[in-house]
Design a binder for this molecule. Structure first.
Ligand code: DOR
Ligand code: ZN
Length: 344
């Protein structure tokens, strides 16, 4: 097969950032995705309806003319989030709330430190038909960073999923066999997103032969057995798994630093790289479900109706892209060859 046409995909996990960065990030995503779930970890974070509505306006102002792209907004849960905040967010069209354990990742300092006190908020999310999106890593410093996802399942996720049976939960950017197995056997209403980097790479790609900061993201890449497990679940075609790039731009100097930021800016190549993975797995027939159907169905949103076409055609990602601020950024997979291309 040298060409594949699928219903236009959506990105169910994305970081646009803010300000002039939107001039770069919004067109890069709108080039192929119809919708994106926009992460709220700005500085300061998007913690309520009013901030989400303002942020949506700033994103909309950066959508290229002629594009039908729609941002889907989320709010950031803190220890102070109230039931009223959730109801107001619902009324403003916000579709989900994102739970970052405090300190788990980029701009998560205002995240949740006492998960147990948020149960009334989780109940309200379920009652309002909103989703809970979870960054699933514990933050206890004595727990090995490679074990933090599994620990989060055992310490928190099992309880959330069981205690609130009508809550839809998305376990974001899963990285382990433990997470894949958990989601696969979980009750209805539990799903996961998977990034291109966690399907394509393992921790050797970050650490062997030198530290490669542009492959560093959180949750951190794991050993190859986990990568293989993620590849197996997408190949299975299970509707519990769908596309979420976690495209997360940081300027080059913020990544190539003595304390580099986590995040891979994959918007320039994500759909092509997912296609390459499904092709390698001999599962191109499963790409459309993963990229374009399962997420919309899980969120209870209509499927897109138009299509995109990818062709087997080699191209090389740029080594660097200039941000509107004048700072360079290194895209994910920079300088590497990709074997599928989005047809214009
Ligand atoms: O690698 C990551 N980057 N993981 C996250 O959870 C956040 C993201 C970011 O905002 O940069
Ligand atoms: Zn993210």
């Amino acid at each position: 097969m040298d060409q594949i046409t699928i219903i236009r995909p959506d990105d169910w996990h994305l970081h646009f950032r803010d300000g002039d960065m939107l001039q770069e990030t919004v067109p890069a995503t709108a080039r192929c995705f119809a919708r994106a779930i926009v992460m709220p970890n700005l500085v300061p974070p998007v913690i309520n309806a009013e901030l989400a509505v303002d942020y949506r306006r700033r994103i909309e102002a950066a959508i290229p003319a002629g594009s039908n792209f729609t941002p889907l907004m989320t709010i950031y849960l803190t220890d102070k989030t109230s039931v009223e905040d959730i109801r107001a967010a619902k009324a403003a069209g916000v579709v989900a709330a994102k739970m970052y354990p405090a300190g788990a990742t980029t701009n998560s300092d205002s995240g949740v430190s006492s998960l147990d006190s948020l149960y009334p908020v989780f109940e309200t999310l379920a009652d309002e038909g909103m989703l809970l999106l979870v960054h699933g890593e514990v933050t206890q410093k004595h727990i090995d960073i490679f074990d933090r996802e599994k620990e989060f399942i055992d310490q928190h996720l099992v309880k959330i999923v069981n205690k609130i049976p009508h809550l839809k939960v998305v376990f974001e950017h899963i990285t382990t066999k433990d997470a894949a197995d958990f989601v696969m056997s979980a009750r209805e209403g539990v799903a996961a997103t998977i990034t291109p980097q966690h399907l394509m790479l393992n921790r050797n790609d970050m650490l062997d032969g030198g530290i490669r900061p542009h492959n560093y993201c959180l949750p951190v890449l794991k050993r190859s057995t986990h990568q293989e497990a993620l590849r197996e679940v997408v190949k299975s075609g299970s509707s519990k798994f769908f596309l979420g790039t976690d495209s997360a731009p940081h300027a080059q100097h913020r990544k190539e630093s003595s304390c580099g930021c986590a995040g891979c800016y994959s918007a320039w190549s994500a759909i092509e790289l997912y296609t390459q993975v499904f092709d390698e797995l001999d599962a191109l027939d499963k790409l459309e479900g993963f990229a374009s159907l399962h997420g919309a169905d899980f969120y209870g949103l209509p499927r897109n109706t138009d299509t995109i076409t990818l062709v087997r055609d080699e191209w090389v990602l740029p080594e660097s892209i200039m941000l509107p601020s004048g700072e360079p950024i290194v895209p994910f997979y920079a300088g590497k060859q990709v074997s599928w291309k989005l047809k214009a």
